[in-house]
Design a protein around this ligand. Structure first.
Ligand SMILES: Nc1ncnc2c1ncn2[C@@H]1O[C@H](COP(=O)(O)OP(=O)(O)OP(=O)(O)O)[C@@H](O)[C@H]1O
Ligand SMILES: [Mg+2]
Length: 232
């Protein structure tokens, strides 16, 4: 699914402490791309991702998703948009503690019209033999894989990841990146990854850099590296 962002502005606060966090963002991410979004802390990356994901409203501007635009959607339509098209992965996995791995993923499958086969997905995630464990019985990487599974079971056309490796060590981060790459190859979803890790740009088809509420560079990577070969 193509994502087109048109002159997006976002203000927080009112009158005296009004701050402009997005100052007219324009960009496009093409169907099936892995896009890496980089930028210093506070530059607006999460805000942009949350607006694309319909979690937060923009102050002005629009996001076109395929043939739709979030601009004209009411709350109900936004919910359906999120439910039918989007998967979210966060830095801190947000799993439900008293549900097993499989159940955490199933919760999301119930909301979907067209879920993937859960056992196949558990195998792709390397979690099949851990399916009956609780999140507290898993490593950080396994918890993140479970969270990725929860986002993916719906087979979303757009997967949004905010610092998906932010809480993980080197080796586990790489495993998660390899997983994201393989998912992109297998399911052809468009993926946006927000990260502080500059090296992740090498696996991207497109690299966006933000500074102070604006996209300051947009480059296409003709020859992305395999995630497994990236080092930092
Ligand atoms: N709910 C809010 N109310 C007021 N200001 C906010 C709110 N959310 C974010 N901001 C401000 O907006 C700016 C951008 O925040 P954002 O979270 O998008 O940055 P970021 O690029 O994701 O940073 P980081 O890399 O640290 O996650 C920051 O200055 C932040 O303080
Ligand atoms: Mg952020």
């Amino acid at each position: 699914m193509n994502i087109k962002i048109n002159d997006l502005h976002k203000f927080y606060g009112d009158s005296s402490n009004r701050v402009e966090v997005l100052k007219g963002v324009n960009c496009e991410v093409l169907d099936g791309e892995i896009c890496v979004l980089l930028g210093p802390s506070g530059s607006g990356k999460s805000t942009l991702l949350n607006i694309i994901g319909g979690i937060e409203p923009a102050t002005s501007g629009s996001v076109d998703i395929g043939n739709d635009s979030t601009e004209h959607m009411n709350a109900k339509q936004l919910t359906l948009y999120r439910r039918n098209h989007l998967g979210f992965v966060f830095q801190f996995y947000n799993l439900i503690p008293n549900l097993t791995v499989k159940e955490n993923i199933e919760v999301s499958a119930y909301l979907s019209k067209n879920p993937l086969d859960i056992n196949e997905l558990l195998k792709t995630l390397g979690l099949y033999e851990h399916r009956d464990k609780l999140p507290s019985q898993l490593s950080g990487g396994q918890q993140q894989r479970c969270a990725i599974g929860r986002a993916l079971i719906k087979n979303p056309s757009l997967l949004l990841c905010d610092e998906p490796t932010g809480a993980l060590d080197y080796k586990t981060s790489k495993e998660i990146l390899v997983l994201i790459e393989s998912i992109n190859k297998k399911y052809k979803n468009t993926i946006i990854i927000v990260t502080h890790n500059d090296a992740i740009k090498y696996m991207a088809n497109r690299v966006l850099k933000m500074r102070d509420g604006l996209i300051v560079s947009d480059t296409v990577n003709e020859m992305p590296m395999n995630a497994a070969d990236i080092e930092w």
